[in-house]
Write a protein that binds this ligand. Structure first.
Ligand code: XUL
Length: 524
């Protein structure tokens, strides 16, 4: 019988699934539920509008669990054989936190197949909404946390990153400060990943080391909660945090709910979840230093593998535990797809029109530059949004499209210096990696070939591969990451490689210092 594994990805705007056949070495099914198909939750692009303070960006956890029921329903119709799935794992948007009260343990144990996940779990939450990675309302709390830890660099050395607004510590601290009663009612603080793993397991689940690295609360070297960071964040936080565990942990069997409602095998295993960026590392087969990956999603991320822990002295990048056991570096840019969509829409274009605009303008855009801070930016730190244009105005359609993509790529090159040697190859993933005109600018700015990954859902694929890896280890079988991932991630006939154009490369080498100057003037 074929050995099937399911990977889920709870991202900002959708929940997706990827089923792999381990022996056939291929993805056998994919499906997704977009949160806009659940309008009763009132989200826009997956998050709740908060018009009086746009820095506050939350999402309702019940939306994610209802999407899970919907997706599994769909899978059992479109694919059928959920009984053959040996293990499930997942990938989730990082940093976001879910607050569970006294009723949580019983609610998780008693998930009711008749009424569904959302109604079974309603009473479990001590806070109806979860702050997400897009939230930037905690600048004050970040300053307080860094002060308590002895400064930004000390925080980065201890936890892998300086204090960031979207990281879980600052979010928990703000929750405690603004609603101490609800904090007191909270027995468990979960991350999005460990919350959904808890639902699948029917018990409060551990958090994996990789997603733990996105909290500012984990000792990045020792991979355990950092006592100083935990105690300065909020009172009695230590007993509220989940256990930390390696990313290959089998939590246990799936909760009976999933057999009763969706037809899974009672013996099917629930494997610890991780963050979407760590899962992408696996899904892209990026297990050794040298290459870098760029994920063009709601956020754009730039990441790579590092053997030993070396933090960014400027504090812009992060060091996370990697799913294969060593370290990964990551830089996250908030103005990713949402910025590309906003510029596309402002000029009444579709993606074909956006691409045509890129092709109608030369590399370097005749020196026209943009700083595209349509929403607060994470790197560089820009708390108040605002777009800066040099040499053109907002009505110039073609110049705007090119200036945006060039800015995104130049910013990545500029802010990834600290990672050491420049990559010899970039793997591109995420929705916008379909667009070869964007990838050409990526190759030209970075001066190396860009490999277009054959699927855009590397996070869900990575989760499925992690499920397989944990399952095999649990059975005592030796597994090598390279062997496991290569049939799924090797370049095949359908993949494309975009090579840099030497003339364009030179243009960007010359333009980069000008971009850096403009950025410096606007952000200092
Ligand atoms: C990474 C980050 C984002 C989210 C998006 O630090 O904040 O990439 O993980 O889902």
């Amino acid at each position: 019988m074929a050995r099937h594994f399911l990977g889920l990805d709870c991202s900002t705007q959708s929940l997706s699934a990827c089923i792999i056949d381990l022996d056939g070495g291929q993805v056998v099914h994919r499906d997704a539920v977009h949160y806009s198909s659940l309008p009763a939750y009132g989200t826009r692009n997956g998050v709740l509008p908060h018009d009086d303070d746009t820095r506050v960006v939350h999402a309702p956890p019940l939306l994610w669990v209802e999407a899970l029921d919907l997706l599994l329903d769909r899978l059992s119709h479109t694919w059928g054989d959920l009984f053959s799935i040996l293990a499930i794992s997942g990938s989730a948007q990082q940093h976001g936190s879910v607050y569970l009260g006294a009723a949580a343990k019983d609610a998780l144990r008693g998930l009711d197949a008749g009424s569904g996940l959302a109604s079974s779990l309603k009473a479990a939450l001590s806070r109806p909404t979860a702050p997400t990675w897009m939230d930037s309302s905690t600048t004050v709390q970040c300053a307080e946390l860094e002060r308590d830890m002895g400064g930004a660099l000390a925080m980065a050395q201890a936890t892998g990153s300086r204090a960031y607004e979207r990281f879980t510590a600052a979010q928990i601290r703000r929750f405690h400060q603004t609603d101490p009663e609800a904090y007191a009612q909270t027995l468990h603080v979960a991350l999005v990943s460990s919350f959904l793993a808890s639902v699948l397991s029917g018990e409060v689940a551990p958090l994996d080391h990789c997603d733990g690295s996105g909290t500012n609360l984990m000792d990045i070297g020792a991979r355990r909660w950092h006592a100083g960071a935990v105690s300065s964040t909020a009172p009695d936080l230590a007993r509220r945090l989940p256990e930390l565990a390696p990313p290959w942990t089998v939590i246990g069997p799936l909760a009976p709910y999933f057999e009763q409602r969706h037809g899974f095998n009672a013996g099917s295993q629930s494997v610890i979840w991780s963050g979407d960026n760590p899962c992408s590392v696996v899904g892209l087969g990026l297990l050794e230093p040298g290459a870098a990956a760029i994920s063009l999603g709601t956020s754009d991320t730039y990441f790579g593998i590092m053997k030993e822990c070396r933090v960014d002295p400027h504090g812009e990048g992060h060091v996370f535990a990697s799913p294969a056991g060593d370290y990964m570096t990551l830089i996250c840019f908030h103005n990713g797809s949402l910025a590309r969509e906003a510029i596309r829409d402002a000029h009444g274009l579709d993606w074909a029109g956006f691409s045509a605009a890129l092709r109608a303008t030369p590399p370097g855009n005749h020196g026209r530059l943009m700083l595209p801070y349509l929403v607060p930016e994470i790197v560089p730190r820009v708390p108040r949004p605002g777009v800066v244009r040099r040499g053109f105005d907002e009505h110039d359609r073609d110049a705007s499209c090119r200036a945006l993509v060039e800015a995104q790529m130049m910013s990545m090159r500029l802010h990834s210096h600290w990672m050491g040697a420049r990559p010899h190859r970039i793997i591109a993933t995420g929705g916008a990696s379909r667009n070869l005109d964007i990838l050409q600018i990526m190759a030209d700015v970075h001066g190396c070939p860009v490999h277009q990954h054959k699927s855009q859902d590397s996070a869900a694929l990575g989760a499925a591969l992690r499920a397989a890896h944990a399952h095999l280890l649990h059975r005592g079988e030796a597994v090598s990451w390279a062997q496991l991932t290569s049939p799924f991630t090797n370049q095949g006939a359908t993949d494309r490689e975009v090579r840099p154009d030497p003339m364009a490369e030179k243009t960007y080498d010359e333009l980069l210092p000008q971009y850096a100057e403009l950025e410096k003037a606007a952000t200092h």
